[in-house]
Design a protein around this ligand. Structure first.
Ligand SMILES: [Zn+2]
Length: 466
């Protein structure tokens, strides 16, 4: 078995930092060896990686991505191959993507379809959540078969009437079904019925620019839907995970439910921490680059979200990576913001942007690792295989240079999309080396991975449930 010794670095985990060397044997971490003055341990290895002055982190876990996702007659442009490669460049070693049930089709056939897209194409490991868009007796029965196949989180939508939208009754039925086995329901919480009325009013009045995507989806309607999802989950006694929480109103609802001990969890995304409605309002249709749902919010929501990350009412940061090119895709919505494909690129820069939050004093180093790796591992049944630097865990390791400087740009990023939402933004910190199960994927500015190295991860249940 080949061995790698990572020497001289500072190991950062969710529980703290440690000056330690890390020994990798084959695909696993064999030992974490604390360095102490006067204690000399000599270990030999096939390869030595010098991590002096750098952090040694468990690989990032992005629990919310959409590779090759069908939306509004087009597809998100990153394939599993290009998207997982870009993830590795940014220090993410696991993604959990969404298989999307189309109305009138079965969950298991959907899962097969998504396996076929990902199998043999991924640079890093991956799992799936299942989007349930057609609640009926067959679908409900198939949820158990999905769980047996390692997919035990089911996403539903209170938004997008006519597409993914589920009624409260359908949501309740799916939650009751999930609750029987302890599976988690993930919710896109926006009141889509009310939003559609606001969208129709705006278009009728000639308000067609991208900023109206944001103005017709007010934060109150995310707060309302979040509260309603929490109530339905309480009645069904089902674990609930609010995806891409963006608004202070929604965060307040989550915090209140968590204070009562209900199994309610939430994630936010870097775009809600760093970007705002001002970006949606950029002139010359540039705002379309920032169209995603829920929409970017007025700046004052950002402070609430950072606070929520510190208090653990927000426990995960995922990207909702769903890239559409500006040319030919975002442009479909010129003259009608409701036709702009919803989604933004982000899988490559989540770890960097959160590190910028550390540099700015918003998060501690251990909390950075916790929200980006350890908690998603536990939330989605991958711990301790993933999410920690410890003997026996997969050798998914990121060596991160906290002093490096980089400028984010479409000219240099590795995502298959023609713009960056952070064009020209300077960041302190950068990935030096990424290992996936003991294999070097990124090192010293070169990609050394291969499509097909990444393996499907059958996941256990949420590990936060009592
Ligand atoms: Zn999404």
């Amino acid at each position: 078995m080949s061995t790698i010794l990572i020497t001289g670095g500072t190991v950062v985990t969710a529980s703290g930092t440690l000056d330690a060397d890390v020994l990798v044997e084959g695909e696993k971490i064999a030992a974490v060896l604390a360095r102490r003055p006067g204690l000399e341990v000599s270990i030999t290895a096939d390869r030595i990686i010098d991590a002096t002055g750098k952090y040694v982190l468990p690989g990032g876990i992005d629990a919310h991505t959409h590779m090759e996702m069908p939306f509004g007659g087009t597809f998100s442009v990153d394939t599993f191959e290009t998207g997982t490669r870009a993830a590795a460049w940014g220090g993410t070693t696991t993604i959990i993507d969404f298989a999307v049930q189309a109305k009138g089709t079965s969950l298991l056939a959907t899962l097969d379809k998504w396996h076929a897209k990902a199998d043999g194409n991924c640079a890093i490991d991956y799992g799936f959540h299942m989007i349930v868009s057609d609640v009926n007796d067959t679908t409900l029965k198939e949820m158990d078969a999905c769980i047996a196949a390692g997919v035990n989180s089911f996403k539903m939508f209170m938004a997008y009437p006519g597409v993914f939208y589920a009624t409260d009754g359908e949501i309740l039925l799916a939650m009751q079904q999930a609750a029987r086995s302890g599976a988690t329901v993930m919710m896109h919480a926006e009141n889509g019925i009310a939003i559609d009325q606001l969208v129709a009013q705006a278009l009728a009045a000639g308000r067609t620019d991208p900023v109206h995507h944001g103005l017709t989806r007010p934060p109150e309607l995310e707060g309302e839907a979040t509260s309603r999802a929490i109530t339905l989950a309480q009645v069904a006694d089902c674990p609930l995970y609010i995806v891409h929480l963006s608004a202070a109103q929604a965060l307040a609802a989550v915090a209140e439910a968590r204070d009562t001990g209900q199994n309610v969890f939430a994630e936010t995304c870097p775009q809600y921490l760093f970007l705002s409605l001002d970006d949606l309002a950029r002139p010359d249709f540039e705002g379309s680059k920032f169209v995603c749902s829920p929409p970017l919010r007025p700046k004052e929501h950002q402070d609430s979200l950072w606070r929520g990350l510190r208090t653990n009412d927000l426990s995960v940061v995922s990207t909702d990576h769903c890239p559409f090119c500006f040319k030919d895709q975002k442009e479909l919505g010129r003259g009608d913001f409701s036709k702009i494909p919803n989604g933004m690129p982000g899988v490559e820069h989540r770890m960097d942007l959160l590190h910028a939050g550390v540099v700015a004093g918003q998060l501690t180093l251990p909390r950075w690792v916790e929200v980006a790796s350890t908690t998603p591992a536990r939330m989605f049944g991958l711990y301790p295989r993933k999410g920690v630097i410890a003997a026996g865990s997969d050798a998914d390791i990121v060596i991160y240079d906290p002093a490096a400087r980089q400028t984010l740009s479409a000219a240099t990023h590795h995502m298959n999309v023609d713009y960056s939402a952070y064009e020209g933004v300077e960041i302190t910190g950068r990935v030096a080396t990424t290992l996936s199960r003991g294999h070097v994927v990124i090192d010293d500015g070169t990609y050394q991975g291969s499509p097909g190295h990444g393996a499907f991860l059958a996941r256990e249940l949420n590990q936060y449930l009592l």
